[in-house]
Design a binder for this molecule. Structure first.
Ligand code: HEC
Ligand code: HEC
Ligand code: HEC
Ligand code: HEC
Length: 228
């Protein structure tokens, strides 16, 4: 009798376990597949991810007052470059002649700010990860060339009213290449940005949502005005 009861109990237990497992797997199969929608929406396009590198400073830039006395112009900007896009020379004395860069330069150039002894705002570097700064940026030893050459600067792209825009008030296309220029806020925002290209809307972080590259990749494209 005891043995029979034991066998019946065992089978009831097995049956109950079977029902429980079957029920669980049946319910699981009814659940919708997991789609991480939120992540997909917030993921950045890899090509444009550089645009967001300084986005945590965007609101500070929007609140910064304009310091008329220490504004740079685009002419000052080009004076320090062999041609548009070339690495600028270092226009100030080096604090440590033996230093290649790193924190000796990033202390001022990572986030910018006013430097009283040179009476200027330190421009923010768009590439703080390239720590051997003096590999590309050389100090100015003399103000003039030792000897004249026939080197001519490539003219910089036109900017401002009438240039790069389909019509007034429209977002201008980006007239320059994006190589080493993905970090828009570094050059286009804050007091060190030349006044002609300092954006009035640094808070609209996603710059390439409205400003697209103006560099046509094929030669048979009609000028912008004819296309619309
Ligand atoms: C004490 C702060 C400070 C330190 C440290 C410093 N800089 Fe500067 N840097 C400035 C300021 C301010 C300017 C703007 C000067 C001006 O406009 O007259 C500047 C300008 C420059 C420019 C010219 C940028 C342009 O757009 O024309 C380069 C390049 C530069 N610095 C590179 C360096 C390098 C490389 C180092 C490290 C070896 C360095 N700096 C260290 C404050 C600093
Ligand atoms: C591989 C070469 C290279 C290295 C290394 C490098 N730079 Fe530059 N840097 C450039 C070039 C090229 C430009 C000009 C970018 C342009 O106009 O498109 C530039 C531009 C700049 C500017 C001016 C930004 C502006 O407003 O146009 C500053 C400031 C600067 N670099 C600072 C630094 C500092 C500080 C370091 C080290 C942490 C550094 N760079 C390392 C090549 C380099
Ligand atoms: C290394 C500094 C630098 C970076 C980084 C940079 N720019 Fe520029 N940008 C300039 C300069 C300098 C000009 C003026 C024309 C020239 O020299 O190419 C300019 C011009 C422009 C203009 C034309 C303005 C006008 O009035 O016609 C637009 C729009 C623009 N940039 C958008 C962007 C966007 C968007 C990004 C980020 C993807 C960006 N820039 C990154 C330096 C920079
Ligand atoms: C919602 C669209 C939009 C976004 C996002 C946007 N812009 Fe603009 N931008 C415009 C329009 C529109 C103009 C033309 C304004 C005018 O001519 O009155 C403009 C003009 C400019 C100019 C020319 C100078 C000026 O202020 O007129 C620069 C430089 C510029 N933007 C840079 C940027 C940068 C850098 C970012 C990212 C921080 C950015 N923009 C994000 C719409 C946008």
């Amino acid at each position: 009798m005891k043995k029979r009861l034991g066998i019946i109990c065992l089978f009831t237990l097995l049956f109950a376990t079977f029902i429980a497992i079957w029920d669980y797997s049946y319910r699981k199969s009814l659940e919708p597949a997991y789609t991480p929608l939120k992540r997909r929406i917030t993921d950045r396009i890899p090509l444009e991810s550089g645009v967001f590198r300084r986005d945590k400073h965007a609101l500070d830039y929007a609140d910064m007052a304009i310091d008329e006395k220490h504004r740079h112009s685009i002419a000052d900007y080009y004076r320090n470059r062999a041609f548009p896009g070339a690495p600028p020379t270092i226009p100030h004395p080096l604090l440590d002649e033996r230093s290649m860069g790193g924190k000796d330069c990033l202390s001022c150039h990572e986030n910018g700010g006013f430097v009283p002894k040179w009476n200027a705002y330190a421009p923010v570097t768009p590439h703080p990860e390239m720590i051997n700064c003096r590999q590309c940026h050389v100090a100015q030893k003399v103000q003039t060339q030792f000897r004249g050459t026939n080197f001519e600067k490539i003219p910089a792209p036109a900017i401002g009213k009438g240039a790069n825009r389909a019509s007034d008030g429209r977002p201008p296309v980006i007239p320059h290449s994006l190589q080493m220029r993905e970090n828009c806020l570094a050059c286009h925002a804050g007091p060190s940005a030349p006044k002609e290209i300092r954006t009035q809307h640094p808070q609209l972080v996603n710059c390439m949502q409205c400003h697209i590259s103006g560099q046509a990749s094929t030669t048979d494209q009609k000028p912008l005005r004819e296309r619309i």
